[in-house]
Design a protein around this ligand. Sequence first.
Ligand SMILES: C[S@@+](CC[C@H](N)C(=O)[O-])C[C@H]1O[C@@H](n2cnc3c(N)ncnc32)[C@H](O)[C@@H]1O
Length: 220
Amino acid sequence: MRYVLGMNQDDARARWDARYDKPEYHFGETPNAFLQREAARLRPGMKVLAVADGEGRNGVWLARQGLAVTSFDLAPRGVAKARALAARQGVALDMRIAEVASWTWEPATYDIVAAIFIQFAAPVLRAKIFAGIVETLKPGGLLLLEGYTPRQLAYGTGGPPEAANMYTEALLRDSFAALEIIELREYDAPIKEGPGHDGMSALIDLVARKPHAESVNRAN
Ligand SMILES: C[S@@+](CC[C@H](N)C(=O)[O-])C[C@H]1O[C@@H](n2cnc3c(N)ncnc32)[C@H](O)[C@@H]1O
């Protein structure tokens, strides 16, 4: 059994693989709606990292916009389905099977980091992931993040049952203090993303930019 920051990785992998072990896509094949709304910020050729990309609906869509996508996920079955989706849609991505705690966050490498529903991470692991995201963005690069707020526990229409894993505006502002917040919004909306996310949901969206060194210096 391998434990990373108190989480049994073998259990997590088996749990996610079991969810993905069916022909249908657990979160559907359609990209996340927030990501699609942010399409105007994307340019062909941008380098993007899709964190915990599951069965690939978001990474594949980003590749279809002409971006150079690297994605990873813990679940081999999810990555296999992501590869199949990419093949059906005629795009190529660099897809890896990896657990986030061992991911190497290459410094200043990506124009975009997409982190869509990665709330498997409890606070200690989450802090490491968020620090890694900041590190791996290029100056000027953008974080596109969507998750649930604590009120999602009452809706029960997706996401883990752990209140500590949910996001609030204050938590995201504090965690991403090194970034310039462009958009940060909590709202309730119905979502239909396969059987995994289905129904009225308490959402939070963040768009944030890593400043260039000069603008940090100017502010000091
Ligand atoms: C709610 S799903 C979201 C998947 C994808 N981002 C999407 O929006 O369709 C969470 C994903 O996190 C992955 N995951 C869970 N624990 C992980 C870990 N420690 N490292 C990497 N991925 C992990 C799961 O396999 C699953 O695919």
